[in-house]
Ligand binder design. Structure first.
Ligand SMILES: Cc1cc2nc3c(=O)[nH]c(=O)nc-3n(C[C@H](O)[C@H](O)[C@H](O)COP(=O)(O)O)c2cc1C
Length: 187
């Protein structure tokens, strides 16, 4: 399977790193990675990783301005894309079909080819513009998965919240997920 991972300049880079680490362990998955210029800044500003370390987690790495790359075309088969974290700017670009970088174009291709597209949009609070844009994408089948905290896991560490989001992303990409099933409330 080929999965595209896009990292944009929103807070929450650690979620993308966890996702890439999980994908790397899956022998049947070839990961294609794109990081926007905004993503480079948030990697620098909120983590101790450098982008080269993150790139090593993927099988194929693109420059976000490489508009003639394979993933710019629907004829290159992929099994879906996750944008983690996803800025409000990138959400706006996708909803308007404004594909002025390779990440936006790859998302546009997923939509036109009806392949899974999962966004982990991160902003707080969301404005009416953000909500309108996300609703329009949800209406056409894009999965909108903000990194909401999960309070029903007994282990409420930051890592457990990150794991939960990553497991949900994997589930929507139809990949093996370690999501802990809710088995009902206390009886
Ligand atoms: C440290 C940092 C954190 C940011 N966090 C967010 C965020 O959580 N959500 C968001 O929509 N934009 C955030 N931004 C702003 C985006 O990075 C900015 O709009 C950028 O142009 C997005 O471009 P991109 O979508 O191509 O990465 C942040 C910027 C910086 C420098």
């Amino acid at each position: 399977m080929r999965i595209i991972v896009g990292i944009t300049g929103a807070s929450g880079i650690v979620i993308a790193v966890e996702l890439l680490q999980r994908l790397k362990k899956m022998d049947s998955v070839e990961t294609h990675l794109l990081v926007t210029e905004g993503g480079m800044l948030t990697i620098r500003d909120e983590t101790n990783f450098d982008v080269y370390e993150i790139n090593k987690l993927a099988d194929v790495v693109y420059n976000v301005h490489e508009m003639d790359a394979a993933i710019a075309s629907g004829s290159f088969m992929t099994d879906g894309m996750a944008i983690v974290p996803c800025t409000m700017k990138t959400v706006a670009g996708i909803v308007n079909g404004y594909s002025d970088n390779l990440l936006l174009r790859a998302a546009d291709v997923c939509i036109k080819e009806k392949r899974p597209l999962v966004l982990v949009p991160r902003e707080m609070p969301f404005s009416k513009i953000h909500l309108r844009n996300m609703k329009e994408l949800a209406d056409i089948g894009v999965v909108i998965m903000p990194p909401v905290m999960t309070f029903y896991n007994t282990d409420m560490t930051l890592q457990s919240h990150i794991n939960h989001v990553v497991n949900k992303i994997l589930l929507h990409l139809k990949l093996p997920s370690e999501l802990i099933e809710w088995s009902g409330g206390k009886k």
